[in-house]
Every structure is written in structure tokens, then in C-alpha cells.
Design a protein around this ligand. Structure first.
Ligand code: KG4
Ligand code: ZN
Length: 331
């Protein structure tokens, strides 16, 4: 079964063709990132306009790369949320029109669940139930995943998302946007124990809070301006390393708490921050020590893409799920 997936929830206009939920025939992504850089974050209106201007080409290219004709598609899949209203609506309108004109079923896919699916688009995926962690620019969530359509929310952020914290700290340090990849690289040159930044689970629950540590970094930077400017200073790298360590530690701690509470054998991570090299190392160590199976997405599926949408849609289709033509965006 061949599904064309469409993803326009944030700043990536993406289309992908996936066969039977795992074989990626094409994965086309056109990002408007460079237009947002000077604003230090995604500007919803710019993202929406980029989708409108590019969606046709992106879909055509995804069909071309897959070597198929539009009539070879068995179904359409689209991200219906969460995301930016104007951005989501472009993909949804496009998928609905195609579903209507081609007379093919439409499947609506949740962006966060698709991120988790991106790590398990393999033949021998984990058995249910497993713990799923979504760490992206907009979300930080822990789920107990009982089936492809049964996600129980265990933990969430009460303020900023973890990717957002990386982006804000990068801005404070003058490292540009997006901050995750730069901090990941810079932290390798710094000392994780140089500065004591704290980041704890909220009231010992599985919830997260990242706005406090961002403010702590801001105060630290303001108090150490001269040190940061000094020639040969490693302070910026030390701040990056100490910030990252504190943030990742709470993510790992809450994940382990969830794994132990539900006596889980598999742990699945998805979303932009899952590309982080330090987190991958920390989780791998835990997986060996605590004997659970660990699933991270390949690097090209960590950030927003439509293959994960088409992939999860296949599983939902098999469960009988279909979307009607009156669906709209869930922001
Ligand atoms: O999933 P994603 O592409 O978009 C959303 O759905 O939000 O995630 C983007 C986020 C950004 O905040 C970016 O800074 C972060 O993922 N990110 C990383 C890394 N690569 C991207 N964060 C930490 N380490 C990385 N290597
Ligand atoms: Zn995303």
C-alpha cells in the first residue's frame, strides 16, 4: 500500500511517499528556516506563505523521486496538528483536495505521534507497550504507547519546550537560530561541571520545566560579560556544556522513572532534539545498564518530515481510521 504524506505544521514544507509503513520511496523537505533566522525564531506568517508557494513543487518532486504517478497512490496522509494554524491549513487543504479529486482515503496524523513513529519505521519495531519521548522545538512529552492509536500522556512541559530552551540559550550566547545543533557541537569543547545550573522535574512528577534554567543562563551571562569576551575564553563552551547537561539529565531521569513505573522493555525517542549526540550517549548507557531496547530516528528523520506522517498513517489505516473532508487544524 502506497501513501503520500504531507507535513506543513511548522517551517518545513514536506511530502513523502512510503510503502507499507516502512519503505521510504521519497522524502522531500523544503525549509523556510533561512527566512526566520534574522527574527531568532519561526514567524508563523512567513512559514505559511512558504508552504503555499512550495507545496505543489514539493509534492511533485516527491512523486518524481518515488518514481510513481499520482494515480499510483492508495491513500493520502496529512498532519492535522499540533502546529501553526496557517501553516497546518495549507497541508490540510491540499490533502483534502487531492483526496476528493483522486477519490482516495484521507488519514489525519498527529505530528508528535509521527515523531515517535519516525524512530520505529523498521521491520522489527518494539512491542507494545513502550515509552515514547517527543523532544522538539514546541513540545516535551512522555507517553505510554499502548498501540499506534493509543497514546497515554504521562508527562509534559509546564512552560518552554526543551528545543525552545536550546534556542533561547543560543540566542543569549549569540549563537544564532536554531540553537540545538550549535550548542550540541559547542558543548563538546566545554566542561559539564563548570557551572551549577539546575533543572528538576516538576514536584517529583514526570512533568518538565525549562524556563528557569534559561533565566539562570541569562543572569550568568550578564554577570560574566568580561569573562566571555576575554581572548581564548572557554566560558561559552562551559556554559553550553553545563546548560545541556542539566537539561538532558532531567529528561533522562524522567524517562527512567516512566520506564521503571510501567516496567517497560522499550524506549522510543523522536523530534528535533533526538538528533542530540550527548542525549544519545546518555540514553545508550542507561539502556545497557537497565536492559531496555532503545530506538532513535535516523538523523534525516529527526526534524520535521512527511515520511513519518505517511508511515504512521499506514498503521492507522490498518486499524480502520479515516479522516473526513471536514477536518481542520488542531493547533
Ligand atoms: O522537531 P523539530 O524539527 O520541529 C518541531 O516540531 O519543533 O525540532 C526543532 C528543534 C529546535 O528547537 C532545534 O534547536 C532542536 O530541535 N534541535 C536540537 C538539535 N538539532 C535540532 N536540539 C539539541 N541538539 C541537537 N543536535
Ligand atoms: Zn516536529
Amino acid at each position: 500500500m502506497i501513501i503520500l504524506g504531507i507535513e506543513t505544521s511548522c517551517d518545513e514544507t514536506a511530502a513523502g511517499v512510503v510503502k507499507n509503513g516502512i519503505d521510504i520511496l521519497s522524502n522531500v523537505i523544503s525549509s523556510s528556516l533561512k527566512y526566520h533566522r534574522k527574527f531568532g525564531g519561526v514567524v508563523p506568517e512567513i512559514a505559511a506563505r512558504h508552504h503555499v508557494e512550495n507545496i505543489d513543487n514539493v509534492i511533485n518532486l516527491s512523486l518524481h523521486d518515488a518514481g510513481i504517478d499520482i494515480r499510483d497512490i492508495d491513500a493520502l496522509a496529512v498532519t492535522d496538528g499540533p502546529g501553526l494554524m496557517g501553516a497546518l491549513l495549507t497541508g490540510i487543504s491540499c490533502a483534502k483536495s487531492m483526496s476528493y479529486c483522486l477519490n482516495k482515503p484521507l488519514i489525519a496524523v498527529d505530528h508528535l505521534k509521527a515523531h515517535i513513529y519516525s524512530a520505529i519505521m523498521v521491520k522489527d519495531g518494539p512491542k507494545f507497550p513502550f515509552i515514547g519521548l517527543v523532544i522538539s522545538g514546541g513540545h516535551t512529552r512522555l507517553y505510554l504507547v499502548e498501540d499506534f492509536d493509543k497514546f497515554k500522556l504521562l508527562g509534559d512541559t509546564v512552560d518552554d519546550a526543551v528545543g525552545e530552551a536550546y534556542d533561547k540559550v543560543a540566542k543569549i550566547l549569540g549563537l544564532g537560530y536554531p540553537g540545538g545543533p550549535v550548542i550540541d557541537a559547542l558543548a563538546k569543547k566545554g566542561n559539564i561541571d563548570a557551572i551549577r545550573f539546575t533543572c528538576k522535574a516538576v514536584n517529583n512528577s514526570l512533568d518538565f520545566s525549562f524556563s528557569g534554567i534559561k533565566t539562570a543562563v541569562l543572569y550568568y551571562v550578564n554577570a560574566h560579560k568580561a569573562g566571555l569576551k576575554a581572548e581564548g575564553s572557554r566560558l561559552k563552551a562551559d556554559i553550553a556544556a553545563s546548560f545541556q547537561e542539566a537539561v538532558l539529565r532531567v529528561i533522562v531521569e524522567n524517562s527512567i522513572k516512566a520506564i521503571e513505573k510501567y516496567n517497560i522493555k522499550s524506549f522510543v525517542v523522536g523530534g528535533g532534539v533526538s538528533a542530540n549526540s550527548r542525549l544519545r550517549k546518555m540514553m545508550q548507557r542507561e539502556a545497557i545498564y537497565r536492559n531496555f531496547k532503545l530506538y532513535f530516528p535516523p538523523f534525516d528523520l529527526c526534524s520535521d518530515n512527511a515520511s513519518m506522517v505517511a508511515g504512521l498513517a499506514y498503521r492507522l489505516y490498518k486499524k480502520g481510521l479515516r479522516a473526513s473532508l471536514d477536518i481542520t487544524a488542531r493547533i
